[in-house]
Design a protein. Structure first.
Length: 246
């Protein structure tokens, strides 16, 4: 009796934070995970089933080479792709925002996503369909002027997600976006280098009246749940886990 094909997924930005937590959650659920990041994650590389690939995702050739290096794992296609890689520049007054900062933010947040979509959509189709799950931001609404460069890139990510939901529908591929709101990672909490326990998070939320600060592990569970949507499930949707109105 032939062995069942490996359940493979691709996750970007797995060196730390949400991406690392998503990779760990997929591993917990029995998937083989191809992790793509610029710095790699030796800690995640230890468990069986995680394939650590270091690549600058802004470079389409680097993305292509990284995926070709795991061609034996993706031979039957992949089940899900999570597009998490990104950067958030420091807040600055809108009137002082330099175009190069905006361009660099788009280069990292949008070009990486486009490169990954273009290389993985055929793999999803080969496997009979699957999902593209984008990690967005509630700031995409544009109500925080000092974060406009980041917000604009995340708004563009939403339009890319919706374009994918139409473009690849006939291949059985659904595309959705998660807006997790504030997450306790190094991107939002300077100097953080470890998981914050739930008791501390509850204290921070109660003491500072935050917009529901949550752990990367909690967010990862939501993201993976969405990534497991069937090919006839919701598509083109934004799932908002922030307390800000879309």
């Amino acid at each position: 009796m032939a062995a069942e094909p490996t359940r493979a997924v691709v996750v970007s930005g797995t060196s730390s934070g949400i991406g690392a937590a998503v990779a760990a959650e997929f591993l917990r659920r029995g998937y083989t995970v191809v992790g793509l990041s610029r710095r790699g994650n030796p800690g995640l590389a230890e468990p069986s089933g995680y394939l650590d690939r270091v690549a600058d995702l802004r470079d389409p050739d680097a993305v292509r080479a990284a995926l070709r290096s795991v061609a034996d794992v993706t031979a039957h296609g992949v089940r899900a792709v999570v597009l998490n890689a990104g950067v958030a520049p420091d807040p600055v007054d809108l009137i002082k925002t330099e175009w190069q900062v905006v361009a660099d933010t788009y280069e990292t947040n949008i070009r990486t996503a486009l490169n990954l979509v273009q290389e993985t959509a055929p793999l999803l189709a080969r496997g009979g369909g699957g999902s593209l799950t984008f990690v967005g931001a509630s700031l995409a609404n544009g109500y925080q002027p000092d974060r406009w460069a980041y917000a604009a890139s995340k708004a563009a990510l939403t339009t890319l997600m919706r374009a994918c939901s139409v473009e690849f529908a006939d291949d059985g591929i659904v595309a959705n976006e998660v807006r997790p709101g504030p997450v306790a990672t190094a991107m939002t909490m300077t100097g953080l280098d470890a998981e914050v326990n739930e008791q501390i998070l509850r204290a921070v939320n109660a003491g500072f009246g935050t917009d529901w600060l949550k752990s990367a592990r909690t967010v990862a569970q939501w993201i993976v749940a969405l990534a497991e949507f069937p090919s006839n499930g919701p598509t083109g949707q934004v799932f908002n886990y922030s307390r800000k109105v879309l």
